[in-house]
Design a protein around this ligand. Structure first.
Ligand SMILES: CC(C)(COP(=O)(O)OP(=O)(O)OC[C@H]1O[C@@H](n2cnc3c(N)ncnc32)[C@H](O)[C@@H]1OP(=O)(O)O)[C@@H](O)C(=O)NCCC(=O)NCCS
Length: 174
């Protein structure tokens, strides 16, 4: 199911928009790494992606328009397929297609990739303890808190909890 969005491999021409969004305070200050990303750093990162089988990075598109960014990163430096644990990252940028269910659509697409395509054992994410938007989103998806790490809550999603959450959420996308 596509939930009205697409996850597309990142192309060179996506980089300026992604960097602009990633450096905006609303996004940057929610990240574990809060440094401003330079064009050079971003180019190096982009080149390194081609060699990384342990990670997947996508541009989120809605009606063909760039709307955000999604990733999955394996815990081990080995192909992502079948890893026991992977980390999930996501942000939405300002766009003409932003809508109240877009974050859910992006996350469902991300998690379908994680569990249905890459057969991951579980998916984790770190969310700042005051990031109410992300906590609300992750709760709807079935994530549970399993710890804290310096101002961040450590959340984990098990496949069974995800499939139950997806069943509740998919009716919004018929
Ligand atoms: C986490 C995140 C994906 C959640 O998105 P969200 O569920 O749409 O929640 P937000 O608080 O951002 O938006 C709140 C509302 O304003 C709307 N909105 C926000 N910015 C908007 C914009 N530029 N244009 C139109 N609507 C906008 C959203 O559609 C949403 O509507 P709702 O209240 O009716 O649901 C998003 O807040 C984000 O990208 N945050 C920064 C990165 C981040 O925290 N990532 C996760 C942890 S690493």
């Amino acid at each position: 199911m596509s939930y009205g969005v697409e996850l597309c491999p990142i192309q060179a021409w996506d980089l300026p928009t992604l960097r602009r969004w990633r450096n905006q305070d609303e996004i940057r200050l929610q990240m574990v790494d809060q440094t401003l990303i330079s064009p050079r750093q971003q180019r190096q990162w982009f080149v390194s992606l081609c060699e990384r089988a342990d990670q997947q990075h996508w541009v989120l598109r809605c009606r063909g328009i760039r709307a955000g960014y999604v990733n999955l990163k394996g815990e081990r430096s080995a192909p992502l397929q079948n890893q026991m644990v992977a980390d999930a990252g996501l942000y939405l940028g300002n766009s003409a297609v932003r809508h109240p269910m877009l974050a859910i659509a992006a996350a469902l697409s991300q998690l379908d990739q994680g569990f249905d395509r890459f057969n991951l054992g579980c998916i984790r994410t770190l969310v700042r303890e005051d990031n109410r938007s992300a906590l609300r989103l992750n709760e709807q998806l079935g994530y549970r808190q399993y710890g804290t790490e310096g101002g961040f809550l450590a959340l984990e999603l098990q496949p069974a909890d995800y499939y139950a959450a997806r069943e509740r959420l998919r009716r919004f996308f018929r």
